[in-house]
Write a protein that binds this ligand. Sequence first.
Ligand SMILES: NC(=O)C1=CN([C@@H]2O[C@H](COP(=O)(O)OP(=O)(O)OC[C@H]3O[C@@H](n4cnc5c(N)ncnc54)[C@H](OP(=O)(O)O)[C@@H]3O)[C@@H](O)[C@H]2O)C=CC1
Ligand SMILES: CC(=O)N[C@@H](CCC(=O)OP(=O)(O)O)C(=O)O
Length: 317
Amino acid sequence: MSKKNVFIVGHEGTTGLRIHERLSGRGDINLLSIADEDRKDMTKIADIAAGADLIFLCLPDAASIEVVEATKDLNCKIIDASTAFRTHPDWAYGFPELGESYRQKIATNRYIANPGCHSSGMIAILKPLVEAGIVPADYPVSVFSLTGYSGGGKKMIGQYEDPEKEVALHAPRQYGLGQKHKHLPEVVHTCGLATSPIFSPIVDDYYAGMEVTIGFHTSHLNNNPTAKDIHDALLAQYKDSQMVNVAPFDLDATNGLFLAANENTDLDTMTLYVSGNDDRVMVHAILDNLGKGASGAAVQCMNIALGFPEETGLAVK
Ligand SMILES: NC(=O)C1=CN([C@@H]2O[C@H](COP(=O)(O)OP(=O)(O)OC[C@H]3O[C@@H](n4cnc5c(N)ncnc54)[C@H](OP(=O)(O)O)[C@@H]3O)[C@@H](O)[C@H]2O)C=CC1
Ligand SMILES: CC(=O)N[C@@H](CCC(=O)OP(=O)(O)O)C(=O)O
């Protein structure tokens, strides 16, 4: 196959840099670049995009929307890392493990929206359980999620890495308290939920790594499933996946664990654990917010969209 031309818009940001790292050593990709002084000039961006097979947008939402408009008459495929298009019907949702229709749309669509980091964990847990008829669409889902500070991009990284940082930044901090977190619409949309989950994200004083946890009272689920039933449904969904792994079912072993949110840091994979007991089950998704939560997922989608083997260039455990 001939080399593909790829352009990372926002290559100097947190997500863009990680995509650059994953692609720069590859012989099958030719990375296009833009002069530093032109990097926010839409005309210059569109000129370079005209010669690209695919462009990544690693930008704030408003800038992504501007680039999509400026490149609307071109042929390059677009993978957008922002929140702007994740529920848009014309866009593929970049989570191929959700099913063949997702993988096909990623392979064939011009536009691909990369999932959010917290939402990747929530959706990986909820969608197969809703589809298996275990979790009713109107179940009152409640989620908490731990994240490293790189999830907040360059600004938050600067705050946490400032030697003079305020005392509060040494402790875990809960946010999104108004229940309007920007990841909730894509979770409701993709999983077909009747209502938005209660969502408690927590950012802590470590660079990267995420642990998304959802608890279920099994007596309020359909047909009173056991913990093993829940594990079986997740395994059925992900058994052929290299990127989403389900840890073996072993409640005794899991109950004795301290699950660390940085377990998959520097990997592009996600691991799901089932814990608890047959009355109260918890499912945990552990991923790197910059790996399967952002740049790793984006490169996985690029591989599918450009016809490369799906795991090329990714860190798979
Ligand atoms: N960090 C993470 O874990 C995740 C991030 N995302 C999403 O990815 C996107 C990028 O986030 P992240 O990398 O963290 O953010 P950063 O703040 O680290 O980087 C964003 C980059 O975009 C550049 N930029 C801003 N406006 C423009 C513009 N108009 N034209 C060109 N470049 C511009 C910025 O340049 P400058 O520095 O000069 O302002 C900066 O380099 C966001 O939409 C974010 O929500 C998604 C999943 C996870
Ligand atoms: C620590 C922190 O602030 N994290 C960000 C998530 C970053 C991310 O996933 O960005 P997208 O929304 O574009 O997906 C947040 O919770 O808003």
